[in-house]
Design a binder for this molecule. Sequence first.
Ligand code: GLY
Length: 314
Amino acid sequence: MNCKPVIVVHGGAWAIPDCLAESSTDGVKSAAQQGFLVLKHGGSSLQAVESAVRILEDNPAFDAGHGAVLNADGKVELDAIIMDGRNLSVGSVSCIKNIANPITFARSVLEKTPHAMLTGEGANAFAEKMSIPTVPTKELVTEHAIKEWEQYQKYNQSVTTLFNTEKAHDTVGAVAMDSEGNVACATSTGGITNKMVGRTGDSPIIGSGGYADNFVGAVSTTGHGESIMKVTLARHVLFNIERGKSPKDAADQALDYMYNRVHGRGGLIVVSKTGEWSASFTTKRMAWAGIDGGVLSYGLNPGEHFQVSLDNIR
Ligand code: GLY
């Protein structure tokens, strides 16, 4: 098969403040470019989404890896998922500590264990065995994350209330289709500020934070994890596509359903098995970028869709 490669990334659906708007947009654009280079050089969609998400995890503007938000104890606990649409193999990790690139660790779970998901101490022990690099927690924590955490502590606001008023920092992800027509997804997060210790959100949950199936497409989601899990948002979008909707209509309907049914807001990116893709959100903003056919598209605010040619990218 010789398909046109596609990659789409997001940097989290939330009320991104103006001070993070430029870095968020620049961050998703460079992650999409990195992922696209992998595809352009013949890499698989699985390699491309891992590579793009690593860039986002390394960027402190985003809630994943460096820049992750803090839990109720002021600590970092990370979740991630990666899924291969060829055979539905999946690796996910939850409540892990001291790992700067959870997505690469999730890929080790996919490739080197008979399991789909590892959590907590057991996961960290396996990471050590796999020689996954660790970092001290303080290296993952940004000033912005500390300020956000202090605000939550001071006003004693519940995470649910804050998310529904669109003030929660959130998650990164990527979906891709390679030249063989294989799709993959990857999602990585620090979760939501002030979450209970041990809380696992939607991101590492198969069918909620992400799903990839060559027969339909691939999705990565972002937003209020408890709401996303209740409606299995990623699989819900693919179900809509299976019933004949376009990726955009499938995404918009699933997000509307989540809002109407459980009052949860969020966003998602999706690529279908035919290479059509969409980025949608019901929060104030979501930084996203997508590349196909030599064109980089990106946006941040509702309805925005800027385009630039990739002619100069090698
Ligand atoms: N969407 C990320 C989380 O709720 O954990």
